[in-house]
Design a protein around this ligand. Structure first.
Ligand code: IMP
Ligand code: ZN
Length: 358
């Protein structure tokens, strides 16, 4: 694993609450159990279960949200998630989260995002670059700490539209993203339980997001729904996630459009969206040189890490260290940050290429 841990990596599909550390989730759930808010014994096995269907995963998310919906906890999770990715040499992270409101504790979608930003600022193990580069408040940093150059991670945020919501709720999320652009919000994601909602409900908000210059990525084809998949591809998002339940016509459309795909191997296998790794579409897309990026989806929920996903891809598809390095280096082209960040990332990868002696 060490060779994958030390390799610089780009993570483009990570849900904040799904990336919560196991230990943190258990600690928080136990705390709520002690306060009598939940019955810990009833949920312990749900948290610790390894294999979950897609439906069970969404049940777990409902549980995670009960445990995590509090400003301080959101701040803590954000800090920990960034530190965990940085610890395995992720140099660029796009973190996505669904802004939530909870009137009983005075949480608005805006204050939820402020709590996320607090978490970004609280990271202490590495320097975090989360704002657009031209910002005067956060110029380029090449800090040194105790004389040594500190590690740096770029973090950008995507706001997720939940498929359970309305057109108005989706529009509210896009407006929030626009409001928080200077604070590192670069795009919009459509996610949530794929059997819920109609794609057309979110379309006005997604079109508006695009008109305003926000990037868009869509969870696409997690369940068989050819009409929706085709319509999503016609929308031409800048990236899609998963692409599991595609038929021939959808593959053709995807390949001719060249839309980059965020591949989440463990997530697809654990949720049984793909029956086994040897029939995963990664192999076909990779051999056709379709733009791809390996991602975790929910490293906490699926007990994985980006290094683990690289390891899995290498062993399942017979890829060497050089192939995997190229895959992650190429992913720089599909990030939702500005050209300045792309340039800096390319430099990081070029110097790593020499050091790693590939
Ligand atoms: P959050 O947005 O930070 O709360 O992260 C968890 C949320 O991400 C879940 O409640 C879902 O809405 C979404 N999510 C996480 N994993 C998946 C997935 O595999 N498919 C669709 N949506 C997902
Ligand atoms: Zn996802």
């Amino acid at each position: 694993m060490e060779k994958w841990v030390s390799m610089p990596k780009v993570e483009l599909h990570a849900h904040l609450n799904g990336s919560i550390r196991d230990s943190t989730l258990l600690e928080l759930a136990r705390g709520l159990g002690e306060k009598g808010v939940i019955i810990f014994a009833d949920i312990e096995h749900v948290i610790q279960k390894d294999d979950r269907s897609l439906t069970e995963v969404f049940r777990l998310f409902d549980l995670i949200h009960i445990v995590t919906t509090d400003h301080k906890i959101i701040t803590r999770i954000t800090k920990e998630v960034i530190e965990d990715f940085a610890a395995e040499s992720v140099v660029y992270l796009e973190l996505r989260t669904t802004p939530k409101k909870n009137e009983s504790i005075g949480m608005t979608k805006h204050s939820y995002l402020e709590a996320v930003l607090e978490g970004i600022k609280a990271v202490s193990t590495v320097d975090v670059d989360f704002r657009p580069h031209d910002s005067e408040n956060f110029p380029h940093r090449n800090d040194t700490c105790n004389g040594s150059t500190r590690k740096k991670i770029y973090v950008r945020l995507l706001l997720s539209i939940d498929r359970r919501g309305t057109t108005e709720a989706a529009m509210e999320t896009v407006n929030l993203a626009l409001e928080m652009r200077d604070l590192g919000v670069v795009g919009i994601d459509l996610s949530g339980n794929p059997i819920m909602g109609e794609w057309t409900t979110y379309l006005p908000a997604l079109k508006f997001a695009r008109e305003q210059g926000l990037y868009v990525t869509l969870h696409c084809g997690e369940v068989p729904n050819p009409k929706e998949i085709r319509s999503m591809l016609d929308f031409l998002p800048q990236r899609i996630g998963h692409a599991c339940c595609f038929e021939e016509a959808e593959w053709e459309k995807l390949k001719s459009s060249n839309i980059p795909v965020e591949i989440c191997l463990t997530s697809n296998i654990r949720t049984n969206t793909i029956p086994s790794i040897d029939v995963h579409h990664f192999a076909d897309l990779y051999s056709k040189k379709h733009p791809l990026v390996l991602c975790t989806d929910d490293s906490g929920v699926f007990s994985t890490s980006l290094s683990n996903e690289y390891n899995l891809a290498a062993s399942a598809f017979g890829l060497g260290r050089r192939d995997i390095f190229k895959l992650t280096k190429n992913a720089v082209e599909y990030i939702f940050a500005d050209d300045g960040v792309k340039r800096e990332l390319k430099e990081i990868f070029s110097s790593a290429e020499q050091k790693l002696d590939l």
